[in-house]
Structures are given as structure tokens and as C-alpha cells.
Write a protein that binds this ligand. Structure first.
Ligand SMILES: Cc1cc2nc3c(=O)[nH]c(=O)nc-3n(C[C@H](O)[C@H](O)[C@H](O)COP(=O)(O)O)c2cc1C
Length: 217
């Protein structure tokens, strides 16, 4: 099958892109509404792209009726948001936060999730999240029906049990994020494996690089 993306309707592009580009990590994004309410919404057009500066990116589309989602409106107004990583414990609450409620509905409370105040931005984070990243808007790139939000991470709160004894790396038996596949399908990172990169000489001697060498000659 071949698809010409220059003529394909957006909903087909969405289906194909999200079917194949996955699993996508899920940011449960918390923001502050104009009326002071907490807002929570999951975003799986999300990832980290840099550590210097520390940049995370969200892709937020308009609703079907063309209006802006509360998350984007709040981000534009305050210039701040918090990304909460999601594991199995938070999965059902995360999906409830994805329901299109009125702007004054505090989705995390509705979903039964406790929250705590962020340190450097004016919103709250999900108390049981494995990792909360407080972000300030670096820039917003606007398209007709979508905004790409670049956020600079200014603070991180990590749930202590997610880290190994030295506090340097995550403990993979505890930190098992969920991610979105296609449609309503998700995956949990409970089958992790190590794959060590050999140095160039070892790889060469063991013949791993032979096909490349043959091609070069
Ligand atoms: C797992 C999951 C991932 C989602 N990812 C996105 C996304 O990346 N971008 C987006 O605009 N909406 C996404 N949505 C839909 C929003 O969460 C949904 O429209 C929500 O009602 C927006 O809430 P708000 O109006 O409070 O911002 C996702 C929903 C779910 C359940």
C-alpha cells in the first residue's frame, strides 16, 4: 500500500501516523484555568527533544468544532504547564482527563487523583506521577488547526521509589510508563531489555560490520 500524504485527508494521515509511530509517551498536562481551576489533559503528541536547553514538545489540535482546547488556551495565557508522566496506576485517571469537560472542571480531582502545588510554575502536579516536569513556554508554533508547544523544563519532581539506590537511573521494575499505540490501544513498559553497543573494533572483529565493509569496497 502507498499513500500520497499531499492529497490524503487529515483524518487518514492521523490514522496512519498514529498507527505506525508508536508507542508514543503520554504527557498528562496540568495547567491553570482563567478562573483558577486546575485542568488536566493527556497528550501523546509529546516527547523530549533536547537537554540543553531542556525542551519538551506538545502537539495540540483544535477540537472538532474548531475551538481551542482548554490546555492550549491556559498555556497561551499563563506561559506555563506541567507534564506528568503516566504509569498503570494513573492509566484510568489519565483517560478520564481526556474527556472534553467544561473549562472549570478540575479533571484530576474528578478522576480521583491527588495533586500538589508545583514549585516554579503556577499549577499543580499529580501527586502519584512517577515524574512531573514543570515547564515554561519557549515558543508556540501555530498552524491552522494545531499548535506545537515547545516547553523549557524548569523543575522536575521524581517519585523516590522510581529511582535506583544511587538515585541516578530509573528502577525498571518500578518505573514502567504506559504509552499510546493506535486508537484506544496502549502498552506498558514491563518487558524491558538491555542492548549494549559494542565498540567499533569489537563489532568489526565479530563480523557485525562485514556487510557494511563489503558494501564500501
Ligand atoms: C491517550 C490520549 C492522548 C491524547 N493526545 C492528544 C494530543 O497529543 N493532542 C491533542 O490535541 N489531544 C490529545 N488527546 C485528546 C485530549 O486529551 C482531549 O481533547 C481533552 O479533552 C483536551 O482537554 P482540554 O480541553 O482540557 O485541554 C489525547 C487523548 C488521550 C486519551
Amino acid at each position: 500500500m502507498e499513500y500520497d500524504f499531499t492529497t490524503l485527508p487529515p483524518q487518514d494521515r492521523y490514522r496512519l501516523l498514529t498507527n505506525f509511530v508508536g508507542p508514543r509517551p503520554i504527557a498528562l498536562v496540568t495547567t491553570r484555568s482563567e478562573g483558577g481551576h486546575l485542568n488536566g489533559a493527556p497528550m501523546s503528541f509529546f516527547n523530549v527533544f533536547s537537554q540543553d536547553p531542556p525542551i519538551v514538545i506538545l502537539g495540540i489540535q483544535t477540537r472538532a468544532d474548531g475551538t481551542e482546547k482548554d490546555t492550549l488556551r491556559n498555556i497561551r495565557r499563563t506561559g506555563e504547564f506541567c507534564v506528568n508522566m503516566v504509569d498503570m496506576e494513573l492509566a484510568e485517571g489519565m483517560v478520564l482527563c481526556g474527556v472534553n469537560f467544561a473549562p472549570d472542571v478540575d479533571e484530576p480531582s474528578f478522576a480521583g487523583m491527588d495533586t500538589a502545588p508545583c514549585r516554579q510554575v503556577d499549577t499543580r502536579f499529580i501527586a502519584r506521577t512517577p515524574c512531573a516536569m514543570e515547564c515554561r513556554v519557549e515558543r508556540i508554533i501555530d498552524f491552522p488547526r494545531r499548535a506545537i508547544v515547545l516547553g523549557e523544563v524548569v523543575d522536575m519532581t521524581v517519585r523516590d521509589d522510581c529511582l535506583d539506590a544511587q538515585g541516578r537511573y530509573v528502577d525498571p521494575s518500578v518505573y514502567q510508563p504506559i504509552a499510546r499505540l493506535h486508537a484506544d490501544n496502549y502498552i506498558v513498559a514491563d518487558r524491558q531489555f538491555e542492548l549494549k553497543k559494542p565498540d567499533a573494533a569489537t563489532a568489526w572483529e565479530s563480523g557485525v560490520a562485514m556487510p557494511l565493509k563489503e558494501r564500501a569496497e
